[in-house]
Structure formats: C-alpha cells, structure tokens
Design a protein. Structure first.
Length: 131
C-alpha cells in the first residue's frame, strides 16, 4: 500500500482529475492512516479551515484550506466505565462564530460539542443504555 496517497483530494469538474489537497505527501501534520474514513466535512470560511470527522478512528481534523496542513482537534471516542463505547461520527456541524462543533455519534446515539480552539469535548446527550 502506498500510504502517501491517503487523504483528501479535490476533483476538477471539467476533467475529473484528482488533485491532492491534504495527503500524507501534501500538507503537514498528523498522518492519515490506512483505515481513515472522513465521513463528514464542514468549512469555516472565515478561518479558512476544513473540519473533517474520521468515523473509524474517532478523530476530528482541522485542515488549512490554503496549505493542506492538518492537526487533530480532538478524539471523538466516547468512553464509559473505562471502555471505549463509541467511535463513529456523523452529522458534523460547526458554529463558526462560537468556534464550536456539534457531532453526532452513530454508535451510541449521542451528541457531543467540541471547542474547536482547545479541543475540549463534552457529551451533551447519551443513549438511555449509557445511564
């Protein structure tokens, strides 16, 4: 496997050409791993940042739209009783003016709020089986 190809690509609308945007060769920061599945994307136009949720590894990436440089904002996993009980994310929504993200967890029917500046995460709602 060529791990340098893992990442995000833009597609030229006219030619269909795949253009690397943020990959293990383009941009710097935390590498994408073989099972990275970026299931949800959101753009903060003012900060020129793309947020991408990895539903397999439970990570929220912040990616600079100009350079492709990336950082992990937070780990999206949900833990209870010392065990990881949910990693999958779906429905990433950002509130750019407040620098927060709302993220649904499809495995545990939970909603988390994430501070996009500090990475602090709070689970706002949990499934009934988590109480």
């Amino acid at each position: 496997r060529n791990t340098n190809l893992y990442g995000i690509y833009s597609i030229d609308r006219k030619t269909g050409e795949r253009i690397p945007f943020s990959t293990n060769e383009v941009g710097t920061g935390e590498p994408f791993v073989y099972d990275t599945q970026l299931s949800d994307l959101a753009i903060d136009e003012e900060k020129e940042t793309l947020y991408a949720a990895d539903s397999i590894n439970g990570q929220l990436f912040a990616i600079d739209l100009n350079t492709g440089n990336r950082r992990i904002v937070t780990n999206l996993t949900i833990e209870a009783y010392g065990e990881i009980i949910g990693t999958g994310s779906v429905n990433l929504q950002i509130l750019a003016t407040e620098q927060i993200a709302f993220i649904g967890n499809m495995e545990r029917s939970a909603i988390s709020i994430v501070d996009l500046t500090t990475g602090e995460k709070v689970v706002l709602s949990k499934s009934e089986s988590d109480y």
